[in-house]
Ligand binder design. Structure first.
Ligand code: NAD
Length: 478
């Protein structure tokens, strides 16, 4: 198979699953087989090894950066720090990034990175050495830069690692004005953007709220319309899982179950997400939380409890043909990348369920990363130039309306109407708009194309069509 020629000796599953979904969706498009092959294949796979000092000796680290598609520049995708990471996984995640960017109209190609370590086994100094050396290796091969390839956080990495990458890149490229645009997910104090940390989880929550607002679809799967009171189980209490749970609770859902790798907890009346998070931080485990009515040492049992919506937000391949029949949720909203196998998806739909696919559901992160990149290139925070101007214009308008009508607004009403938008408000509004529009774009394809039987296939069809247009416009040169 053309897609596998770059693979090393690992077994291929995840990338194969992504390609399987792609091939299935491609039959609903009208593109040339060669063009489809070009879209599906990973364009560049960079596998490398480098040494770090560990104790009195050395340790060799395996790492990857994959650029799946350069139909748009730069390419974009997170860096995974995990001892489980392999070439197949990085290729699959890079491919998903390509489709994800197309779905939410972010003008990037897809990429992904991987460093094969368990961060818990390294000191902060060692992690900094690994991250900086990884960045230098990318620079040496021209695999990073604000117009080339822009990394971001993923499983096992966060703002701290992005800071080290930004600093290494800027140091190695003295005087490059846009150097901070070489990586996103940075802390706000280092040219990051308000709202990026929580963006993926916020996006997941908006995606679910939008999905459950469509009466026709809810009737079909046997749920009432609206997010209020929906019972949710979340797997993974990291960046995506924690924020998904937090915003879903804010929207009115009840978080009945939380699963981490050490176990799972459940309470039909609801769990306080923040309290569970603090409990885990203090004790090192989700288990033993006083507000839980049930505990499971086998974390996977947590996924099988009574609920309306399941949000897998940890890792891939969590819902397979072996456990999907035990899942009681009607909706699976994929916070993680690739949590449901193709076989499990078929079974889940045949049971009358609905899956909000990863490449749409977790696209909030890359959407706000795009905003951060724009901010870095423009060198000005969103809202800075127009906030005061808007407030003055709004004040004049309110004064005029009060004068004409003779009705005086309360100070609270006045300040709500007059206030100009902050960076956070603009980012959240842009994110919400993106998630809502994209959901309905996917759903239109799902409802209006005969034989398209899942939201994932509909999402793929939309993405393939958009990427095909880019390739056709670009032509082939030389
Ligand atoms: P993270 O490292 O912040 O959190 C992952 C959490 O999952 C950790 O708390 C970990 O302990 C837990 N976990 C690991 N194995 C588990 C298991 N078997 N059962 C239950 N919990 C388990 O990572 P993250 O950034 O939240 O990423 C999670 C997923 O979301 C990944 O698939 C990632 O690719 C995807 N994603 C992340 C982002 C982002 O902005 N961070 C964006 C899009 C997609």
């Amino acid at each position: 198979m053309a897609n596998n020629i770059l693979l090393a000796d690992e077994e291929t599953h995840f990338f194969g699953d992504v390609c399987k979904n792609f091939d299935y969706a491609a039959q609903f498009t009208k593109h040339d087989a060669g063009l489809l092959d070009q879209i599906k294949s990973c364009n560049s796979v960079y596998r490398f090894r480098f040494p770090i000092r560990k104790g009195d000796g050395f340790e060799v680290i395996d790492a990857w950066r994959v650029e799946h598609s350069q139909h748009q520049s730069p390419t974009k995708g997170g860096i995974r720090y995990s001892e489980m990471v392999n070439e197949d996984e990085v290729m699959a995640l890079a491919a998903l990034m390509t489709y994800k960017c197309a779905i939410v109209n972010v003008p990037f190609g897809g990429a992904k990175g991987g460093i094969k370590i368990n961060p818990k086994n390294y000191t902060v100094q060692e992690l900094e050495n690994i991250t900086r050396r990884y960045t230098v290796e990318l620079i040496r091969k021209n695999f990073i830069g604000p117009s080339i390839d822009v990394p971001a956080p993923d499983y096992g990495s966060g703002e701290r690692e992005m800071s080290w990458i930004a600093d290494t890149y800027a140091t190695m490229n003295p005087g490059q004005l846009d150097a901070m645009g070489a990586v996103t997910g940075k802390p706000i104090a280092l040219h990051g953007i308000a709202g990026r940390r929580e963006a993926t989880g916020r996006g997941v929550a908006i995606a679910i709220r939008e999905c459950v607002s469509v009466a026709e679809d809810m009737t079909r799967i046997g749920l009432t319309t609206g997010i209020s009171g929906k019972r949710v189980i979340v797997q993974g209490l990291g960046n995506v899982g924690y924020h998904s749970a937090k915003f879903l609770a804010e929207f009115g859902a009840i978080i009945v179950g939380l699963c981490e790798f050490e176990g799972a907890i459940y309470n039909a009346d609801g769990l306080d997400v923040e309290a569970v998070f603090q409990h885990r931080k203090n004790t090192g485990s989700i288990l033993g939380y006083a507000g839980a009515k049930k505990e499971f040492k086998n974390s996977m049992e947590g996924l099988e409890q009574e609920c309306d919506i399941l949000v897998p937000a940890a890792l891939e391949n969590q819902i397979t043909d072996t456990n999907v029949k035990k899942i009681k949720a009607k909706i699976i909203a994929e916070g993680a990348n690739g949590p449901t196998s193709p076989e499990a998806e078929t079974i889940f739909y045949s049971k009358g369920g609905l899956i909000i696919p990863d490449m749409y559901a977790n696209a909030g992160g890359v959407t706000v990363s795009y905003f951060e990149w724009l901010k870095n290139l423009s060198h000005v925070a969103f809202g800075r130039m127009n906030r005061r101007f808007e407030e003055t214009a709004n004040t004049n308008l309110v004064n005029m309306v009060e004068g004409i009508t003779g009705v005086a607004l309360t100070p609270m009403q006045r300040s709500t109407i007059i206030k100009g938008a902050s960076e956070l408000e603009l980012v959240n509004s842009g994110l919400e708009d993106t998630m809502i529009r994209s959901y309905h774009e996917i759903r239109e394809t799902y409802k209006n194309t005969e034989k398209i039987d899942t939201l994932r296939t509909a999402a793929f069809v939309g993405a393939i069509n958009k990427i095909a247009v880019s390739y056709k416009n670009l032509g082939v040169w030389p």
